[in-house]
Design a protein around this ligand. Sequence first.
Ligand SMILES: [Zn+2]
Length: 81
Amino acid sequence: MTNTGAFQILSFDMVRIPEMDEEVVDSITARCRRCGHVTTVNDGAVHHLSGGLVMECGQCSNRQALSNAGLAPAHTDLRSV
Ligand SMILES: [Zn+2]
């Protein structure tokens, strides 16, 4: 699975916003590579950025900005399996 550096992405879901014609992350589960804690962020708790989001560990506050562009190819891979 996708390895972003600070986090190992375990799974995520994207939703399409019709008004924006853009897919955004609806929920994401990732394992922190610093402390090993698995954090799930979903729905209203996702810190959206323009074109991405901020993933933050629930235990050690390790955080990293993730781009949709970086996640989308992995999502395509999941669908094709
Ligand atoms: Zn952590």
